[in-house]
Design a protein around this ligand. Structure first.
Ligand code: ADP
Ligand code: MG
Length: 528
């Protein structure tokens, strides 16, 4: 499936070479855009991606598809970067941005064939994209974060085009709640998605996905006979090891007689017992232990003592999770036994190891002074669905984040693109010659979105888009393609809306990439 277009290199034909390089770049990038066009919209298809190792991924997410594509041509790789950029900037619209870029490139190619200089095309496209953002901002509807209906509508639209769309009644409110829990709607104008921890657990169905107010640890409780449930927990998070110390170098200790061996074992026992006693003395009854790469962080013997002392132990906490855990529990990581003091610990009503699907998780709820974080346990009956559910949830979270950043929504279903095409064409009429011509081409190429939505929904694209164009000419700014009914309707009434930021960023980023592709007139192979 990977478009494998090799650049047609003809050395020594100085005059035609730049044009050839340019057209080969455009062809390669367009091939990529064409490959994912069929994935756009609620009726879009999914892709099955097979990795070299044989791993399979099923997805509808543009960024995920492109990231895994094996591409040879450098210009094709630019589109991968483009979709990644959209993923970072907006999180949704990663297919749209590439489809738009492909369409802009096609327009540029036609303009080049007419003999217009690439720089002129590039500058006109820049002007057009700035104007497009202005038009979009003027037509967007402002919203407030208290307006739950709009938030839900946007999240549902984003989930609507995914494999897990039938679960959007559950996932959309979950995404909205998760984001609203971690921000202060009055002050915050950005969301740190790291505050929302998504844990994927195999088993059950997507319907079992839940939002946990508190902390969920992916590990099970260690030890065999110890407690797995603790009420009124005092939680300590340690970063030191409770196991016999190891020497730095690889040296040997030769034990010659049984007496000496006994002494070694007794000392180890005494050392570990001392640590366990101090932990108990500080009042701790739930111990979280950071993973150590040098040795086992908690030895079997230590676990045995903790079991006897009725202290619940969760080991193998990853280094990168420490920040999230301390933020949630409002505690400090303890780096040495000397600092194992009650004031560094957290309190919670309940710590419980619960079976989830095919494995277990540890849930900590009723945390005192809980930080502004939430955990989501995503469930799925098989790995493919589970991973796609997590990716789709990520898109929905990003959509809500966009609305926190920029509190405007616009209609979906090709409405903004058609309106832009209409208004930009009118704007072009007031501009001089070549520029107007380029702008009109840009405007027309925006219609690729409604065109593709119609195609993917099995409607007649030409008839539908013409119909849509007429509606917009009559002033119905929110008219779009209702793929379910196969007709043109007001998209906001249908509940199809998306954040303004997704569309503006898609148009800005796509035109930026197209401009840089246009400005390349040679590909040079580097020495190294
Ligand atoms: P992307 O990766 O670009 O977000 P999607 O597959 O999610 O791609 O498709 C997004 C496009 O589908 C947007 O243009 C959006 O307006 C449109 N869309 C989403 N839901 C609907 C719907 N119910 N009816 C019509 N168009 C829709
Ligand atoms: Mg989407």
């Amino acid at each position: 499936m990977a478009p494998n277009v090799q650049p047609k290199m003809k050395a020594f034909e100085t005059k035609s070479k730049p044009a050839e390089i340019r057209s080969s770049n455009i062809e390669a990038a367009k091939a990529v855009a064409d490959a994912i066009r069929t994935s756009l919209g609620p009726r879009g298809m999914d892709k099955m991606i097979q990795s070299g190792k044989g791993d399979v991924t099923i997805t509808n997410d543009g960024a995920t598809i492109l990231k895994q594509m094996k591409l040879v041509h450098p210009a094709a790789k630019m589109l991968v970067e483009l979709s990644k950029a959209q993923d970072v900037e907006a999180g949704d619209g990663t297919t749209s941005v590439v489809v738009l870029a492909g369409s802009f490139l096609e327009a540029a190619q036609k303009l080049l064939e007419k003999g217009i200089h690439p720089t002129v095309i590039s500058e006109s496209f820049q002007k057009a994209s700035v104007k497009a953002v202005e038009i979009l901002e003027a037509m967007a509807t402002p919203m407030k974060l208290e307006d739950r209906h709009s938030l839900l509508m946007s999240a549902t639209t984003s989930l609507g085009s995914k494999v897990v769309s039938q679960h959007s009644a559950l996932l959309a409110p979950l995404a909205v709640d998760a984001v609203l829990k971690v921000i202060d709607p009055l002050k915050d104008h950005d969301v740190d998605l790291r505050d929302i921890r998504v844990i994927e657990k195999l088993g059950g169905t997507v319907d079992d996905t839940e939002l946990v107010e508190g902390l969920v640890l992916d590990q099970r409780s260690a030890g065999s006979g110890g407690p797995t449930r603790m009420e009124k927990a005092k939680i300590g998070l340690i970063q030191f090891c409770i196991s016999p110390p190891k020497t730095d170098m690889d040296n040997q200790v030769v034990v010659s007689d049984y007496n000496a061996m006994d002494r070694v074992l007794r000392e180890e026992r005494a050392y570990i017992l001392n640590v366990a006693k101090q932990v108990k003395k500080a009042g701790c009854n739930v111990l979280l232990v950071q993973k150590s790469i040098l040795r086992d962080a908690v030895s079997e013997l230590a676990l045995h003592f903790f079991d006897k002392m009725k202290i619940m132990v969760v080991k193998d906490i990853e280094r990168e999770d420490i920040e999230f855990i301390t933020k949630t529990l409002n505690c400090r990581p303890i780096a040495s036994l000397d600092h194992f003091l009650p004031e560094y610990m957290a309190s919670a009503d309940l710590v419980e190891s619960v079976p989830t699907g095919t494995s277990k998780v540890v849930k900590i709820t009723g945390i005192q002074n809980v930080g502004k974080t939430v955990s989501v346990i995503v469930r799925g009956s098989n790995k493919l669905v589970l991973e796609e559910a997590a990716r789709s949830l990520h898109d929905a979270l990003c959509v809500i984040r966009c609305l926190v950043k920029k509190r405007f929504i616009i209609a979906g279903g090709g409405a903004p693109e058609t309106e832009l095409a209409y208004q930009l064409t009118q704007y072009a009429q007031g501009l001089p010659g070549v520029e107007a011509y380029c702008l009109r081409a840009f405007a027309e190429s925006l219609e690729v979105i409604p065109m593709t939505l119609a195609e993917n929904a099995g409607l007649n694209p030409i008839a539908t888009v013409t119909d849509l164009r007429n509606k917009h000419a009559c002033g119905f700014k929110s008219s779009g393609i209702n793929v379910r009914k196969g007709a043109i309707t007001n998209m906001l009434d249908e509940g199809v809306a998306q954040p303004l930021l997704v569309t503006t960023s898609a148009i800005t980023l796509a035109s930026e990439t197209v401009r840089s592709i246009l400005k390349i007139d040679d590909i040079v192979n580097a020495l190294y």
